[in-house]
Design a protein around this ligand. Structure first.
Ligand code: GDP
Ligand code: IMO
Ligand code: MG
Length: 420
């Protein structure tokens, strides 16, 4: 049985924190897509940890953590992350596994990402520049190197071939940058990767299911960044939706039980692209400051706005979300009023459906106003402690999204969560 936990907005919903909280209920946590563009933050016993490649179950020594076949893997980032974990006294040699089918990010992928963004100019995606797009292009273009290749005798020759192809592409962009240091780091990191547990991900995963070991699939990015169903072209290059779990882990749909959707009580986006409920005023700035809304991977300020039920309803539909976790309630503690977007006005017509191309559509979000709770919530641990205004807010979200809310999160720490 597999439960899926994924983001319903544009990423950074608090997935890492929630995965770490739920992890004790599972034997395995598995990443199924994305790469080091992810930044999943865990706050445990006063220590902050940001994970980019390693699944967020790693703090629990009993749990196996799999980097699945659908992931693009940057060995340099992985090695650094493992060193940080080791320095914290967390071993990775026993309970971290890497699928041999995961695609490798090589240094020239990052250069290609940069060259592509530079060429787009004002229309750039706002990529994290971690090489994600070019690495997935090499996967679908059937050129990629995968983790399994590092065990083969011709790995260096295959790497050279890919490098030559990339250099040719870079020259068509007119892009040049010395990457000798990154290449040396890459080969050192590949050596490190050879020392980890490399497995056939699909046999391993199906064996877990056969043994009735509960698995949590950890999504990266968010539903609105899905390469097909997100706000294309301002998206990432992987399938971030529940459907991506099957293709990313090599398991059948029949194994999926719950789909847990995570959303903030408001909304953020980092990078370019449409964001109908964005607040480019002091209210947006207030959300950013109180919510510490700065990217966990790039440090960029996140764009902030009100919760958008049109986009969330769409995300619930395409994922088949069965339960919700709403995070960052504490960030709204001081607000007198809250707005919830319930519909879009497009050309004088009201709609609750997401248009084909949000970036080329003039959308006026329609809001319903809620009274804020104006109570400090960070120390609440039980449903009965929550103010009535929170209950009114969550009851409205449940009704509009046709999905039960199971937990609300009221702070970054593991224990700051309330079952509702
Ligand atoms: P992820 O990418 O979905 O794992 O989310 P990030 O880690 O990128 O961003 C979420 C940020 O919000 C992190 O800094 C978390 O520590 C923090 N966070 C998570 N849940 C809560 C919450 O309920 N309240 C507050 N104040 N912060 C939270
Ligand atoms: P987590 O897992 C928020 C955004 C980037 C950019 C677009 C494409 O922490 O929620 P890419 O690097 O994939 O080429 O960038 O997607 N993006 C994220 N935004 N959280 C993430 O991951 C993201 N991963 C990518 O900012 O707009
Ligand atoms: Mg993040």
């Amino acid at each position: 049985m597999i439960d899926v936990l994924l983001g319903l907005q544009w990423g950074d919903e608090g997935k890492g924190k929630v995965v770490d909280y739920f992890a004790p209920q599972y034997d395995v946590v598995a990443r199924f897509q994305g790469g080091p563009n992810a930044g999943h933050t865990l706050h445990v016993n006063g220590t902050k940890l940001v994970l980019h490649q390693v699944p967020s179950g790693i703090l629990h020594p009993r749990i196996n953590n799999l980097i699945g076949s659908g992931v693009v893997l940057d060995a340099i980032t992985l090695q650094k992350e493992c060193s940080t974990l080791n320095a914290m006294g967390i071993g990775v040699y026993d309970n971290l596994l890497v699928s041999e089918r995961a695609n490798l990010i090589v240094p020239t992928h990052r250069l290609l990402d940069k060259a592509s963004e530079l060429a787009k100019g004002k229309e750039k995606i706002g990529s994290t520049l971690k090489g994600i797009g070019p690495a997935y292009m090499d996967m679908t273009g059937r050129n990629a190197l995968r983790v399994g290749n590092i065990m083969q005798a011709d790995f260096d020759a295959e790497y050279r071939k890919l490098r030559t192809k990339h250099l040719r592409l870079l020259s068509t962009y007119g892009f040049e940058e010395d990457f000798a240091d990154q290449e040396a780091e890459f080969f050192a990191a590949v050596e490190f990767l050879r020392g980890l547990k490399i497995v056939n991900g699909e046999y391993w995963m199906n064996e877990q299911l056969l043994q009735n070991r509960p698995v949590l699939a950890e999504g990266a990015q968010g539903s609105m960044l899905d390469v097909t169903f997100g706000t294309f072209p301002f998206v990432t290059s992987s399938h971030t939706l529940a459907g991506g779990v099957c293709t990313g882990l090599g398991i059948a749909p029949k194994h999926i039980r719950e789909v847990i959707g995570v959303s903030k009580a408001y909304c953020t986006r980092v990078g370019s692209g449409p964001f109908p409920t964005e607040l480019e005023d002091e209210t947006g700035e207030r959300l950013r400051q109180i919510g510490s809304e700065f990217g966990a991977t790039t440090g960029r300020p996140r764009r902030c706005g009100w919760i958008d039920l049109v986009a969330l309803n769409y995300a619930c539909m395409v994922n088949g979300v069965t339960q919700l976790v709403i995070t960052k309630f504490d960030v709204l503690d001081t607000f007198e009023e809250l707005q919830v977007c319930t519909a879009y006005q497009i050309n004088d017509q009201l709609t609750t459906q997401l248009p084909f191309d949000l970036s080329k559509t003039d959308i006026k979000p329609q809001y319903q106003t809620f009274k804020g709770w104006q109570t400090e919530t960070a120390n609440f641990r039980h449903k009965a402690q929550l103010p009535q205004a929170i209950h009114r807010y969550t009851a409205f979200l449940e009704k509009e999204l046709h999905t039960p809310i199971r937990f609300i999160s009221n702070g970054p720490a593991r224990e700051q969560i309330v079952q509702v």
